[in-house]
Design a protein around this ligand. Structure first.
Ligand code: PLP
Length: 393
């Protein structure tokens, strides 16, 4: 194999997709309950996305951020209008969007707070990416192990624990920001208490910290609003997103407002590819489709429908908890279940296991009701089979 073995892929390989379905070379169909980990929110081969890519590819793929890029400005305007933010930095990935946020917070610490060694509060169980700063921010030792020395300037608190944050606030004068996911995705679809983000914002305001939300996975309509914080009664200073923004064309962004919006200046950050015409034209089509077809509201409807159909897993004692926000669904089993993914593929079902024992569903927002029902039904039957074939191990 000439690939560095950073992944251990399944032997299945897909040749094409349409809507919620992927196909392999033999023509076998797979119902996609994962969408490349919350990326293809509009499903596969969505006509509006395909058209935007083709039209833009015929005109201009790339030029450089040293020139004004019309598609980038239009996309920034749309994202700001949707989010209540004021400006945007475009990247190619989620990790880079978070790197921008981390750099912004440090610069804010130096320039505005006069702190020499600015620190950012991050949480246990968090996932923020695989670059050195973002893997340090990530609250999972497995992802950090072997890459020491880690980056300094992060302080860890348990997730959904406001008292821990208040204690840090009283004791650590270096803190300038908090970075947190509204729902922890890789951590196992962990949903915080209803008041968590609102209270976090109050603490940030009291101490002059930036509230920075990582919406790489939760954004772009997945949890019932364009961004998850929009149902939490808070307005962050910084928001990052990626994944579903390009529906498969790599693009991420870091949005800022107020005191965070004028921290970065010409020369303080950059990216060769970030926000190029192709990525932005694609993302414009994605954002327009999500908003015009009200797909964020649809994710609430579909999520509720699926959660109801997954209830037998709880009633029969097969799952200990089902955590769901829109089309982010986590089914907690009593045991490790990573083998379930291969079993699903055999049966034409694509899903994922995270945090060892959580079956994770991140299906497209364009599912029909029948497909949502089918996905829930196939998932229930797969979990039953899996638990019956290896009941106590
Ligand atoms: C919440 C969150 N932040 C950051 C990232 C990193 O994004 P990327 O893999 O595009 O760098 C991910 C990816 O899973 C994520 O879920």
């Amino acid at each position: 194999m000439t690939l560095m073995p950073t992944y251990a892929p399944h032997s299945v390989s897909f040749t094409h997709g349409e809507g919620a379905w992927l196909y392999d070379a033999s023509g076998k169909a797979y119902l996609d309950g994962l969408t490349g980990i919350a990326v293809c929110g509009l499903g596969h081969a969505h006509p509006a996305v395909t058209q935007a890519i083709c039209e833009q590819a015929q005109k201009l793929l790339h030029c450089s951020n040293h020139f004004r890029i019309e598609q980038q400005e239009a996309l920034a305007e749309k994202l700001c209008a949707l989010s209540g933010m004021e400006n945007v930095f475009f990247s190619n990935s989620g990790a880079e969007a978070n790197e921008a946020a981390i750099k912004l917070a440090r610069m804010y610490g130096h320039k505005v707070k006069n702190v020499n060694r600015p620190a950012i509060v991050v949480t246990e169980g968090a996932f923020h990416g695989r670059t050195m700063a973002t893997l340090t921010a990530t609250g999972n030792r497995k992802i950090q192990a072997g890459f020491e020395p880690l980056v300094s300037g992060f302080v860890r608190a348990p997730f959904d624990d406001l008292e821990a944050i208040r204690t840090i606030a009283r004791n650590n004068r270096d803190v300038v920001a908090v970075l947190v996911e509204p729902v922890q995705g890789e951590g196992g679809i962990c949903i915080p208490s209803d008041n968590y983000l609102r209270e976090l914002q109050a603490i940030c305001d009291e101490y002059g910290w930036l509230l920075m939300l990582d919406e790489i996975q939760t954004g772009n309509g997945r949890t019932g609003h364009y961004f998850a914080y929009q149902s939490a009664g808070c307005t962050p200073d910084v928001v990052t997103t990626a994944k579903g923004l390009g529906n498969g064309v790599p693009i991420g962004c870091c949005l800022a407002r107020g005191r965070a919006a004028d921290v970065l200046r010409p020369g303080s950050h950059g990216s060769t590819f970030g926000g190029n015409p192709l990525a932005c034209a694609t993302a414009l089509a994605v954002v327009d489709t999500i908003t015009e077809h009200e797909l964020a509201a649809r994710s609430t409807e579909l999520g509720q429908l699926m959660a109801e159909q997954l209830q037998p897993l709880l009633m029969d004692g097969l799952a200990t908890e089902i955590r769901q926000r829109g089309l982010m669904i986590g089914i907690e089993l009593k045991k490790s279940c990573s083998e379930l993914v291969a079993l699903g593929l055999e049966q034409g079902l694509i899903l994922n296991v995270t945090a060892d024992s959580v079956v994770r569903l991140l299906p497209p927002l364009i599912l029909s009701n029948a497909e949502a029902g089918q996905l829930a039904e196939k998932t229930v039957s797969l979990i039953r089979q899996f638990l019956h074939s290896s009941p106590s191990s």
